[in-house]
Write a protein that binds this ligand. Structure first.
Ligand code: AMP
Length: 121
């Protein structure tokens, strides 16, 4: 995959994709990757990301629809493999500052292994 160097250099998740900084990778294929969150908010907290650099959900183009669906398939697989699919888990994608988005490369949080509360904080 052709990667824009300027983007890669500024994006921490692009660096993880390029194996330039370490992460606890739990899944990888040619289009996506999943790794453990550095600051877990639940017993299971994994981030599923596309290898394509997409800054926010607002930047998801029609051509990315299959890729975004793929991220959800990976999240489901991770929940199943960790034995929490039936109990329940939460999938979150934050968009822009008021949501708390801190890394501008879309990522699906997979949170589980404890009771989740609603409304979220
Ligand atoms: P968000 O606030 O929705 O943008 O989520 C970004 C998430 O990335 C946070 O939960 C961080 O703990 C996590 N994070 C930031 N840097 C790393 C890293 N190098 N490895 C793993 N997770 C990270």
């Amino acid at each position: 995959m052709k990667r824009e160097k300027a983007v890669m250099d500024n994006c921490i998740f692009c660096k993880i994709i390029e194996h330039k900084i370490p992460a606890q990778i739990v899944y990888e294929d040619e289009k996506a990757m999943a790794f453990r969150d550095l600051n877990p908010q639940a017993p299971l907290h994994v981030l599923v990301i596309p290898k394509k650099h997409i800054p926010t959900t607002l930047d998801i183009a029609k051509e990315d629809n299959e890729l975004v669906g793929h991220l959800f398939q990976i999240a489901n697989k991770i929940a199943e493999e960790n034995g929490i699919a039936g109990r329940g888990f939460r999938l979150v994608m934050n968009t822009n500052p008021e949501s708390g988005q801190s890394v501008y490369h879309i990522h699906l949080h997979v949170l589980g292994g404890r009771l989740m509360h609603w409304p979220p904080g």
